[in-house]
Design a protein around this ligand. Sequence first.
Ligand code: NAI
Length: 253
Amino acid sequence: MRLEGKVGLVTGASSGIGAATARFFANEGMAGVIVADINDELGAQVMSEINEGGGNAIYVHLDVSDEDHWQAAVKAAVAKYGGLDVTMNNAGMSVPASRKKVEDTTLEIWNAMHAVNATGVFLGMKHSIPEMRKRGGGSIINTSSIFGIVGSGSGTAYHSAKGAVRTLTKAAAIQYASEKIRVNSIHPGFADTGMTKDLHAQPGERERRIALIPLGRMGLPEDMAWGAVYLASDESSFVTGIELVIDGGTIAQ
Ligand code: NAI
């Protein structure tokens, strides 16, 4: 019951890292979990699983790049549970058209990648902070990536957006530390999720990635979710502005 009594909103919670985190948040005693995503069908499933398992969750349709959606989602959280303590800005995407070098990246895909992966995080913080202030503090967890720290042979716009999340997190951490609103980023390494399904199905690609991981296996959504539980809990009450890398050692070498 590491999160007993807290209310937490997780974006991109219909699948992968976000779904695992929403489940863990509920298992750790959260009074309310807001499962937020654009995939309504899967999101409703995650919500039902949590509620059937004795937790307390609602699902809200939230496109993180849409400010009106954010206002409505935070309002729904407060209406149902009376406040907001934790926001995990986790929704993100990478698609074949974004896995390109600089010259091959269209402006359209550049803008689309930043809208979700970077602007979505900014809006999530912007609309969560006022509610956290009313509670006397809170915890914001932003999902970046190891690709927000190091480069690779492609994924230009993804690297840029995830890099933005890395320093945006630190800026917000400094701005709101005096109000006890902590802001940290999680940097997952390679993991099997909805986002990487097509990539990891390509011949040899999954094996190539595993060979880059010193701990010798692909990451699981749960590996990342445990990091989110720590950052959401009061166990991390002296922790703000950090980048928690969860990658099996990939970028330590
Ligand atoms: P996933 O595809 O399983 O989950 C992402 C979720 O975000 C999906 O449910 C999707 O519907 C939702 N989503 C996409 N666009 C959205 C939008 N505009 N508004 C709201 N929700 C939206 O993928 P995964 O891996 O669980 O992704 C979670 C986060 O982890 C992302 O930010 C991703 O960039 C990051 N990440 C993932 C890595 C991996 O290897 N899987 C590695 C490093 C970072």
